[in-house]
Design a protein around this ligand. Structure first.
Ligand SMILES: [Zn+2]
Length: 414
């Protein structure tokens, strides 16, 4: 709650609402019958409406009466592969009709099919296929999202993907956090020669991406079917040398000690974590690395091994959630459905699930000094919801109660 004076004039004042500030001791940081004031894109006052200094309404250019709606920080999707071409619906159908992995691969399925589609797509095509997914996320309250490359798998096509991510962030009122994921899979032309691909990645791809400032972070898929511990270590060391932040797909299908590796590099986040060990939990806690849980992929792949939520809680590791939006293992653009799945499948509380898409997602991107909570000085990125209590966000399966999105103080038509 703010006790500071208001500026002489305000850009907007938001009244007659309840606030889930995600800050402070109350669950959700809730303020019933709250008010929020915005100036120059930032929150300048937040607290109970009854504490609002006299004359505030007169000082505001715009006043919004929200009729008892709930206001949360704009949602943050901290792990997506939103830029891609094509769809893998046929593969999904084949799998359910009994086709084996090999038959699907022979029919041109799997990640290689997305790589082919992305390589073949012109920048405009790739943009046109990705933009509707971004719009769908905005309609569900997203004001910031991370977008990874990783379907180009050569220098030119990885750069093409990252440029599309950047263009989306310019064209849409949303903050895009770009991550280079050249180590997503082994491209077909390097089959059987993974170290040669890592050479190319470290010596050519990463320097090109860094010099053009196309990514803020580097990620890798540390897994038996991805890159080994040693190969991942080389990639992360190169990322660090270029001054880029680090994120890691770790312990999704087996324990590769990726979390310990991520922690050693003070990674922003380690993501998936179904096979995370107790040592891994402790390493993340000591490094201040966020655990990003991805219930969509767990659900879609029919996995049964759950991430060690209780151990992560006990160790005080912040838990974030994300859609993992991608065509192969999590074809979703719905943060709300992910919140529901995180509660039902992983045992998160509704408050933890909302923190997972706000304050802790901001931490997973290193942006928690700017976004993710409703507090004086933070960006006025807000989502306004037609709900009676915040738990409704995680409770519903489908449907979308988002009434309004506000980006840096501007109300958007979504
Ligand atoms: Zn992913």
């Amino acid at each position: 709650m703010s006790h500071t004076k208001l500026p002489d004039n305000l850009d907007s004042l938001w009244l007659d609402c309840h606030l889930a500030t995600m800050s402070g001791p109350e669950r959700y940081g809730a303020i019933k019958d709250g008010a929020l004031a915005v100036k120059d894109g930032r929150i300048v006052w937040v607290g109970p409406e009854s504490y609002l200094p006299a004359g505030s309404i007169e000082r505001a250019k715009e006043t919004h009466h929200l009729g008892g709606a709930w206001v949360t920080p704009g949602l943050i999707d901290c792990h997506t592969h939103l830029v891609y071409a094509g769809s893998r619906a046929c593969e999904f159908e084949m799998r359910l009709m009994g086709a084996t992995y090999e038959e699907i691969a022979r029919a041109g399925g799997g990640i290689v099919s997305t790589v082919k589609a992305v390589r073949a797509a012109s920048p405009d095509q790739l943009y046109a296929e990705s933009a509707p997914r971004l719009k769908a996320m905005q309609r569900e309250g997203v004001t910031t999202l991370e977008i990874k490359s990783g379907y180009g798998l050569d220098t030119a096509n990885e750069i093409k993907m990252l440029k599309i991510a950047r263009r989306l962030g310019i064209d849409f009122p949303v903050t895009v956090y770009p991550t280079f994921l050249g180590a997503h899979a082994l491209p077909p032309e390097f089959q059987g020669r993974p170290d040669a691909y890592v050479d190319l990645l470290v010596e050519e791809m990463l320097p090109a991406v860094a010099s053009q400032k196309l990514a803020l972070a580097v990620d890798a898929f540390c897994e038996r079917i991805g890159f080994s511990f040693g190969q991942t270590e080389r990639i992360l060391a190169a990322a660090e040398a270029h001054g880029l932040k680090i994120k890691l797909h770790a312990e999704q299908l087996s324990d590769q000690k990726g979390a310990q590796l991520a922690a050693r590099f003070k990674a922003l986040s380690a993501d998936h974590l179904e096979y995370l060990s107790q040592e891994g939990v402790e390493a993340l806690a000591a490094a201040g690395t966020v655990a990003v849980l991805l219930p969509g992929a767990f659900y879609f792949l029919g996995e049964t091994r759950k991430p060690p939520v209780e151990a992560l809680r006990e160790a005080g590791v912040p838990l974030a959630l994300a859609t993992d939006c991608n065509p192969g293992s999590s074809p979703t653009t719905s943060p709300l459905l992910m919140m529901n799945m995180a509660c039902v499948l992983f045992g998160l509380t509704p408050a933890e699930s909302l923190a997972g898409f706000t304050i802790n997602a901001a931490r997973a991107l290193g942006l928690h000094d700017r976004i993710g909570i409703l507090q004086q000085g933070k960006m006025a990125d807000l989502a306004v919801w037609d709900i009676n209590e915040p738990a409704e966000l995680a409770y519903r399966m489908g449907g979308n109660p988002c009434r309004l999105l506000v980006k840096e103080g501007a109300a958007l038509n979504i």
